[in-house]
Design a protein around this ligand. Structure first.
Ligand SMILES: [Zn+2]
Length: 323
């Protein structure tokens, strides 16, 4: 298959600085990513347009105005694209996760809240829309995150959040992963996660928890291991999900001091997954390119969904600022 547009990205800081020295250069680059086959008018299908001003293209055929950022996570931004490019470039190099305070310093933003909301927009873009499901042999388990009291599967969660984990086998190692916060450990919740994360027909390995007993009927090859609730045995049987769970917990503790509210946890899980699944990629430029590509393919956050809380005076909503 012929690839129409070759992926081009800066290989290092010097190239990044040289390529994106102006708004114009950022616009052209973003337009090439958003419209990889060239501009196509959504109204009359004409293939030519001129760049009027800022992020607007005007169709040469019918005069339709197309916005480069409308319908993407960058929609409605008043800040220069250059700043967004610098934010994404910076985010891709943060091995242990990006902090709002760090981003604020790097960009010289006046308000912490701006850096905070930018990071959350970028985290939204870290999950590729319509991404492939995991396949082959996949380990699945759940783990508790945050809070202090241990809880059984059937009990109330209290301050803890329950996170479902799926990890692909790749020889003795781990392939790709998927993480998702689930409301509880019922069959309905866990089956919904597996259907979203794992390709039917794959082999799914779980422990003997009753919520997993209908997986065969859902189209999976189900392998249940009997662990009798023994922690050491469970870890031995499911080394991949346990490795992922411990890395996730360490990351949340180290980067966010464990102070992650449940409503934000989804974004952090996305960021963790993005970094984990690309951990072997040594090319910073490629990560940057993927993030930009996903940023223009991701719809903007629903209005008010995250920003109200960013500026809230509730101290727990600002826990991240303590880092
Ligand atoms: Zn047109």
């Amino acid at each position: 298959m012929v690839k129409l547009v070759q992926e081009k990205y800066p290989r290092n800081q010097a190239e990044f600085d040289a390529w994106f020295a102006s708004e114009e250069a950022c616009r052209e680059y973003l337009a090439a990513i958003r419209w990889p086959g060239g501009f196509r008018c959504p109204r009359c299908q004409a293939g030519s347009a001129w760049n009027a001003r800022r992020q607007r293209w005007i169709c040469a055929g019918c005069g339709y105005q197309a916005s480069l950022t409308a319908g993407t996570v960058l929609q409605g931004t008043r800040k220069p694209l250059r700043m967004w490019f610098r934010a994404m470039w910076w985010v891709t190099v943060q091995k242990n996760g990006a902090s709002a305070l760090g981003l604020q310093r790097v960009l010289g933003l006046g308000h912490y809240g701006t850096a905070w909301s930018w990071l959350h927009k970028l985290r939204r873009a870290m999950v590729r829309p319509g991404r492939d499901r995991l396949s082959g042999t996949v380990e699945v388990d759940e783990t508790y995150v945050g809070g202090k009291q241990p809880g059984g599967r059937g009990r109330q969660l209290g301050k803890k959040a329950l996170v479902a984990i799926a990890a692909e086998e790749n020889g003795a190692g781990i392939g790709r992963i998927r993480l998702k916060r689930v409301p509880d450990a019922t069959a309905a919740s866990l089956e919904a996660f597996i259907l979203e994360a794992v390709e039917p027909g794959s082999a799914v390995r779980t422990d003997g928890w009753r919520s997993y007993t209908r997986l065969r009927a859902r189209g999976y090859r189900h392998e249940a291991a009997v662990t009798g609730g023994d922690a050491a045995k469970t870890e031995q049987e499911f080394p991949r999900v346990h490795r992922v769970a411990s890395l996730l917990k360490r990351w949340l503790l180290g980067t966010h001091q464990g102070a992650v509210e449940h409503c934000y946890l989804d974004y952090y899980l996305d960021e963790f997954t993005f970094r984990f699944n690309r951990r072997s990629s040594r090319s910073r430029g490629k990560l940057f390119y993927r993030l930009l590509q996903q940023a223009v393919a991701t719809a903007p956050a629903p209005r008010g969904a995250m920003f109200e809380r960013a500026h809230s005076s509730d101290p727990s909503a600002r826990a991240e600022s303590l880092e």
